[in-house]
Write a protein that binds this ligand. Sequence first.
Ligand code: HEC
Length: 380
Amino acid sequence: MSQLMMRWSIRIALLAWLVALPMSSGLRGQTPAASALPLPVERTGAELYRAACAACHATDGTGAPRSLVGFALPLPDFTDCAFTSVEPYADWLAIGHQGGPVRGFDRKMPAFGDALSEEEILRTLKHIKDFCEDPAWAPGDLNLPRALVTEKAFPENEAVLTTTTGGSELGAVTNEVLYEKRFGSRNQLEVAVPLSLKESTAGWSRGLGDVKVAVKRVLHHSLATGTIVSAAGEVVLPTGKESLGLGKGVTIFEPFITAGQILPRNSFIHAQAGVEVPADRDLAVPEAFWRGAIGTTIEQGRFGRAWSPIFEVLGARELESGQRVQWDLVPQMQVTLNKRQHLMINAGVRIPVADRGERRAQVITYFLWDWFDGGLRDGW
Ligand code: HEC
C-alpha cells in the first residue's frame, strides 16, 4: 500500500469515527433493551389489566385470594354479570382514575390517573366488562336518571319513597314505598304500597291506598345506539277504601311499553305508553296514557355530584266518546346525595295544563336508594 493511500485511509477512518461519535453518544441515553425493542405499540385492555389490575382482581376477574393481596376487604367478582353489567363506565372511570374513595369505596382500590390515560383506563374497563359473558344483561350505561312519573325501561334493584301533596282543592298527602328487584338477566319485579292522608267533606281519613304489583322485562337493548326498550304488566289491587277516597275500588290491569334513549351531551329521554283496563267496566272507565321525559346530567366538577334537570309531559285520556286529553307538565330536578351516587332525591311540580277540571298542581318528591350498590350509610 502506498504512503498516500495509507494517509487517506487513516483520514477517512478518523472522519468516520468523528461522525459516529455523537450518534453513538446520543444512543447512550437509551437502555440497550429499549433500543432493541420494536416501536411502542398500543397496549390492549387485557395487557393493561394483567399489568395493573390482576395482582388484586386476579387474571380471571374473580378477585385474588386474601393470602395474596394481604388484606381482608372482599374484592368484587367481575365474572358476576348481575354486578359487572349494571355499573356504568362513567362510575368505573372515576374509580379507575381517582381511586376507590371518589365513589365512597376503600382506598385499597388505587388511583391510576397518573399512570394510565383515560383512554387506557376505559380499554381496561372494557376488558373487565367482558368478564360477564352473557349479553342478555343490559349495560348500566342505559340506566338513565329516573323521572318522577314516567316509568323507565332499565330493570332496577332499588327502593323509592315518593311523597305527593296537593292535586285537589282538599288536602291530600300520599307516601308511596316502591320496591324493585331484578330477577334473571332481563326481568324486574316491583311492589308499590301507598299510604294516604286525604281530606273529604266528612273530614280527614288515613289508610292504605291501592297496592300495585308489576313485572317488567327488557325486550331490546343496545349500547351502540343507546337504546333500551321494555314491556311491563301491572296490576292495581283495590286495597284502598274507595268510600274514603283512598282507592279506585276495582282491580285494574295496566300493560305498558317503556323506552330509554341516550342523547348527545349527557342527555336522555324516556317514553312510556299504556292502557289502564278495569276488571269491571261498570266501576271504572278504561284509560290510555302516554308519558315522555327529557333531561340532561351535569357533573359538579370532574367526577362530582350529578344534577339532572328533567322535564316531563304527561297525557291521559279516558276511552269513552266525548272525553278530552288531560295534559300535565312536570319540571323537576334530581340530584345525587352521596359519593357512591346510589342515594338521590328528586323534586318537582305536576302542573295540569289542559282539561284542568278539578285537578290542581301537585308537589312530588322522591328519595331513591339503589340498594344493590350499598347500604344507606355507605359511600358518603
Ligand atoms: C391493590 C389492589 C388493587 C389493584 C391493583 C386494583 N384494584 Fe380495583 N379494587 C380493589 C379493591 C380492594 C376493591 C374493592 C373496594 C371496596 O369494596 O371498597 C376494588 C374495586 C374495583 C372496582 C369495583 C368498584 C365497584 O363498583 O364496586 C373496579 C371497577 C376496579 N376495582 C377496577 C380496577 C382497575 C381497572 C384496576 C387496574 C387498572 C384495579 N381495579 C386495580 C383493589 C385493587
